[in-house]
Write a protein that binds this ligand. Structure first.
Ligand code: PRP
Length: 208
């Protein structure tokens, strides 16, 4: 049988994820000196580094058994997997934000919202019964209202400095975000013992 494969999200969550495995006591030497390699051995496991959306795709399809990914990507991409553990790091939140001192809800004109997370934005306004035009933007979403493309944005806010430094403010908080462990549904059945052991280790390590 192949080693249990863990998909890690590259970038912001990567360092904290490696620290978590070190806290468990795993030898992470290969992960720390990875060069350009994408599959790294760690103890009896294989670790894969991928973009957040791809972590979900690999876990959903069973190419990886476990993944560490932000709740933001989970909320956007759906749930064809089990979400097993909140790791408590990578904390931020989804918020609706717009230009300072402008009432987003005033008036009856068509409203346009830009977001890297169109599904999250759509659901948020559906719950409010509001018909909003949503435009997908790939990054630096804060630009959209500044350039007159949108009235507001739905985006991740961590420290709030990007909003502040661009004359924007939070209109409404939408959802708290943190790193989560997701598990492939078939793996959870077929390799339950190994996966539960690993989840238990991770769960102890995050509490320290
Ligand atoms: C995220 C997010 C905001 C910023 C928020 O962008 O989209 O732009 O971080 O952080 P802050 O509240 O601490 O200022 P990221 O840096 O991931 O890049 P992106 O905009 O290109 O997606």
């Amino acid at each position: 049988m192949r080693p249990i494969r863990i998909a890690l999200t590259k970038g912001r969550l990567e360092k904290r994820s490696v620290e978590l495995f070190e806290a468990i006591g795993f030898d992470c030497a290969q992960l720390q000196n990875k060069g350009r390699r994408l599959i790294l051995p760690m103890e009896e496991y294989e670790v894969v580094l991928a973009k957040a959306n791809d972590v979900i795709t690999y876990v959903e399809h069973g190419a990886c058994d476990l993944g560490i990914v932000g709740k933001d990507t989970i909320a956007e991409m759906g749930s064809g997997f089990y979400e097993m553990l909140d790791l408590g790091f990578g904390k931020c939140r989804f918020a609706l934000a717009g230009p300072k001192n402008v009432d987003f809800y005033a008036g009856y004109h068509e409203r346009v919202v830009a977001s890297k997370y169109p599904q999250v934005a759509r659901q948020f306004f559906e719950q409010k019964g509001m018909d909003i035009k949503i435009i997908k933007i790939e990054g630096s979403v804060e630009l959209a209202p500044l350039l007159g493309l949108a009235h507001a944005i739905v985006d991740i806010v961590e420290t709030g400095s990007t909003l502040r430094e661009n004359g924007l403010e939070i209109i409404e908080e939408i959802l708290p975000i943190s790193a989560r462990v997701i598990v492939n549904m078939a793996s959870m059945k077929l390799r339950r013992e190994e996966i539960e052991r690993l989840l238990a280790d991770m769960s102890v390590a995050v509490q320290v």
